[in-house]
Design a protein around this ligand. Structure first.
Ligand SMILES: [Zn+2]
Length: 201
């Protein structure tokens, strides 16, 4: 027996989520069908609200304002920028509670297999920030994969050969992370140590 179209539509939508198969999608929909009206309204409200979330114009983190709360925070040291691939990596570094600088979210890594070139990620925007503001240090916190390493080397090369930028200290987080390890999944202690033990490039 097939589900009604309304139910099937939702199962199909949830099946599109990363890591979610049709069985789990079905459980999500049945859960929604069972919760009370108030909770369902809250859920729909929350979904509606994420429509207004876009990217910070400065660091490209998710933000509901033009400039995100981290970039707006006067207590943050704007002279230190940590370069990361995705917003979830930013959350991982924030959870260490140790970092007081700001971020730059590239929105991916250079990946020739997947046809992601330097122009597809926020490299131009990073160079713009380095040129227009006083930045003393750039910390690379990219995954230790071929793509992460390749993207870092590409950026290091661009910065070092630019006479306007080549005084900026470039560092990378220490190899506390397992090879091929993803920043997003690193625990706070490992990531804190990796940040503290960062090495000059
Ligand atoms: Zn920002």
């Amino acid at each position: 027996m097939a589900y009604s179209q309304e139910i099937q539509n939702l199962i199909d939508k949830f099946s599109l989520f990363p890591g979610i198969g049709p069985k789990t999608a079905q459980r999500f929909v049945f859960y929604l069908l069972r919760i009370n009206q108030g909770d369902l309204d809250d859920f729909i409200d929350d979904l509606e609200k994420i429509k207004s979330i876009s990217f910070c114009e400065n660091c490209f983190n998710f933000s509901s304002q033009k400039i995100c709360p981290i970039c707006q925070d006067p207590k943050r040291d704007k002279s230190i920028i940590t370069v990361i691939a995705e917003p979830q990596d930013l959350m991982a570094v924030e959870k260490t509670g140790e970092y007081r600088g700001v971020y730059h979210v590239l929105g991916g890594l250079i990946d020739t297999v997947q046809n992601v070139g330097p122009r597809e990620i926020k490299i131009k925007e990073l160079l713009g920030r380095l040129k227009n503001f006083t930045v003393n240090e750039v910390i690379f916190a990219l995954n230790s994969t071929i793509e992460g390493e390749g993207t870092m080397l590409y950026l290091v090369n661009l910065i070092k050969k630019d006479p306007q930028l080549n005084k900026i200290k470039l560092t990378k987080i220490a190899r506390g992370l397992p090879l091929g390890g993803e920043i997003e999944y690193a625990d706070e202690i490992t990531l804190s140590e990796a940040l503290r033990g960062r090495k000059i490039i």
